[in-house]
Design a protein around this ligand. Structure first.
Ligand SMILES: O=C(O)CCC(=O)C(=O)O
Ligand SMILES: [Fe+2]
Length: 273
């Protein structure tokens, strides 16, 4: 199958998006529904406000970007766990999250998708060493190589409060060198590829979709503002799911199964199949 074997079946717009994604490993676009983005941000703010008052840390309304004025870094993890539990109690949170990038995901991944069972929340407050996530590939923790991450900032993300990313060609090389045992630690790879890392610049109102097999991570936030972001994973529904801990039906859940697939699956599961 040639690289461009069926590209003439795409619209010019789809071709351009696909080429950009394959070459850069990521796409930044506008959230497809600013209203829904705001509703998610409001939910997170409310959960945080409740947590602050339950912990006697105040009851003022504040910008998430200034959370470090209220949330001590040593209590961040407790807040993070609370938000994760509470936001995922909203029955429609995954539907709302998906609707932030439904069209772009459809172009890049397909219109028949599986989605991670929960949405995740990251908080990177200024000078908080404990939240730094070293360079990694999500495939190293068993995530699907067919996976993209939809990453949505709730505050403007840039410079050291954002995340870094190693482009696909360099990531491929780095993964091969890791597999060959060339490095003793993640730090060593990060140092080796430092000059080739891209810092994501994604302001509130935009979304980032990235190839999570590419190496990525974050650094100590040396800016004056906190970064709050969410992330969740998507794959094509009918792609191989080979890792027992990343199965379809548990870690990934079908979200947009089409009629013909339901038709075929029901036959496969019957005596006739
Ligand atoms: O938000 C970050 O800084 C890193 C996120 C990440 O590693 C992921 O979503 O896979
Ligand atoms: Fe990751």
């Amino acid at each position: 199958m040639g690289e461009h074997s069926n590209s003439e079946f795409f619209t010019a717009e789809e071709r351009a998006l696909s080429a950009e994604f394959l070459s850069n490993g990521f796409i930044v676009s506008d959230a497809e529904s600013p209203k829904i983005l705001e509703s998610i941000s409001d939910n997170i703010s409310q959960i945080t406000k409740n947590w602050l008052s339950n912990n006697n840390l105040g009851n003022k309304t504040f910008d998430l970007a200034n959370s470090h004025e209220f949330v001590p870094n040593d209590q961040l993890n407790d807040l993070r766990l609370t938000i994760f539990a509470e936001i995922n109690k909203h029955a429609d949170i995954r539907q709302r999250y998906f609707s932030l990038a439904r069209n772009t995901l459809s172009s890049l991944v397909g219109n028949e998708l599986a989605m991670q069972n929960k949405v995740n929340v990251s908080i990177q407050q200024p000078n908080d060493e404990s939240s730094v996530l070293p360079m990694h590939s999500d495939i190293w923790t068993g995530d699907s190589p067919f996976q993209v991450v939809l990453w949505v900032p709730l505050t403007d993300a840039s410079k050291s409060n954002s995340m870094f990313f190693l482009p696909p060609n360099k990531s491929r090389e780095a993964r091969q060198r890791v597999a060959a045992g060339e490095f003793n630690s993640m730090d060593q790879i990060e140092i080796e590829y430092k000059s080739q890392l891209i810092t994501m610049d994604v302001s509130y109102g935009k979304v980032l979709i990235f190839d999570s097999s590419c190496l990525h991570g974050n650094v100590l936030n040396l800016t004056k503002t906190a970064r709050w972001s969410m992330n969740c994973r998507f794959t094509g529904l009918l792609t191989p799911f080979t890792n027992p801990e990343r199965r379809l039906g548990t870690y990934y859940l079908p979200i947009t199964t089409r009629a013909a697939t339901k038709m075929g699956l029901s036959l496969l599961g019957s005596q006739e199949g």
